[in-house]
Ligand binder design. Structure first.
Ligand SMILES: Cc1ncc(C[n+]2csc(CCOP(=O)(O)OP(=O)(O)O)c2C)c(N)n1
Ligand SMILES: [Mg+2]
Length: 371
């Protein structure tokens, strides 16, 4: 074994510096919508490029409308998404329908674009059980509220896929805060050990509610946490749809080829509050920081890129906005028309055969509800 001097062997700072150096941020499209990395531009058709823009614009409108609906008391739990469209939409865009999404509470847009009907996302927000009854063929589960917990589930679902020999992958999302949880490490560790087809995304928006990422970890990047699990980790500009798409596509290819999981950190920002439950971001973020990030906006840079190619116009944008508003109107109406949930509903959806104590309670509530 090569011997090191005592000084070298114990030079922990050098060890850390060497790892840090390996984690650069991938950017393909800069803030002005210019390609800065020709070789890595994803191979997408004009229609796909337009579709990606369509989805990001639509999602921004959905976010604005969801915030208003929440303020009107017409939605329940809601975690704003504006600023994270490239991280969310471009990562889902890189998947195939057979792939599975295990989302966190902020990842509702991805599961909608993967096939969850919008009215069910609204029912989920209201805590209605029908919001969690995912239609057959839509490969998503309900958003996880416990931060990081879906990382372990993702390792498990991916192991199931591997055992069945499926050519599909699992993608799961958490935030910078989630990457400080034990579940995060357990999930990536076993996914690595078992070489399962999983893609682990950390949307690093700089804050876990009010706690800045610098106070959560000494690691310079979250991507480098992959090293300890023996899997690749990439850090990408999470405001750049091309960088996110390219990284997820690469991770998917590795997973499908049996090469195992990948961790991807997307550097992004949420413009709004943490959730609509009373959080005030002005108490922990400066307007300078907000402005700095707004300049990096994913929609602005992608619009510039497409306009230069003659692939996007104001009229097209207006059409998307109108379509989004119309869909939202119809979906909220459908959610309103869904019968209110009853206690008997909650009891009866839990078990194939009810245990005796729930049978008793079921009868008590059936009686009450019939009055
Ligand atoms: C295990 C657990 N601990 C604490 C909470 C309360 N909590 C909800 S969101 C959150 C911060 C999460 O931050 P981050 O992972 O960065 O995601 P972001 O909200 O920024 O998308 C915390 C601490 C929780 N939901 N689950
Ligand atoms: Mg965060």
């Amino acid at each position: 074994m090569a011997s090191k001097t005592k000084h070298d062997f114990f030079d922990g700072q050098k060890q850390i510096d060497e790892i840090d150096k390996q984690f650069q941020t991938l950017q393909i499209l800069n803030e002005d919508g210019e390609v800065v990395n020709d070789q890595m531009v994803p191979d997408l058709t004009d229609e796909q490029l337009q579709d990606l823009m369509h989805r990001m614009v639509y999602t921004r409108i959905l976010d604005q409308r969801s915030i208003s609906l929440n303020r009107q008391g017409r939605l329940g739990f809601y975690a704003p998404t504006a600023g994270q469209e490239a991280s969310q939409i471009a990562s889902q865009f890189a998947l195939e329908k057979e792939d599975f999404i295990l989302p966190g509470y902020r990842d509702v847009p991805q599961i909608i674009w993967h096939g969850l009907p919008l009215y069910q996302a609204f029912l989920f927000s209201r805590g209605h059980f029908q919001g969690n009854q995912i239609p057959d063929g839509v490969n998503v589960i309900s958003p996880q509220i416990i931060i990081g917990a879906q990382y372990i589930q993702a390792a498990g679902v991916a192991l199931g896929m591997k055992k069945r020999g499926l050519k599909s992958v699992v993608i799961t999302y958490t935030g910078d805060g989630g990457s400080s949880q034990g579940d995060f490490y357990e999930g990536i560790n076993f996914a690595g050990a078992l070489k399962v087809p999983a893609i682990f995304i950390v949307q690093n928006n700089g804050f876990a509610i009010s706690t800045p990422v610098e106070k959560q970890s000494s690691a310079k990047t979250i991507a480098q946490k992959a090293v300890a699990a023996g899997i690749p980790g990439y850090q990408v500009d999470g405001m750049d749809p091309f960088a996110v798409y390219a990284a997820v596509r690469k991770a998917r290819e590795r997973a499908i080829n049996g090469e195992g999981p990948t961790l991807i950190e997307t550097l992004c920002y949420r413009y709004g509050p943490h959730t609509m439950a009373g959080d005030d971001p002005t108490r922990y973020r400066t307007s300078d920081l907000d402005n700095e990030w707004e300049k990096k906006d994913p929609l602005v840079r992608f619009r510039k890129f497409l306009e230069k190619k003659g692939l996007w116009t104001e009229e097209m944008e207006k059409e998307v906005i109108e379509k989004a508003k119309q869909d939202i109107k119809e979906a909220i109406k459908k959610a309103d028309e869904t019968p209110k949930q009853k206690v008997t509903d909650l009891i009866s959806i839990m078990h194939e055969d009810l245990p005796y104590n729930l049978k008793e309670q079921y009868e008590i509530y059936r009686e009450k509800e019939s009055k």
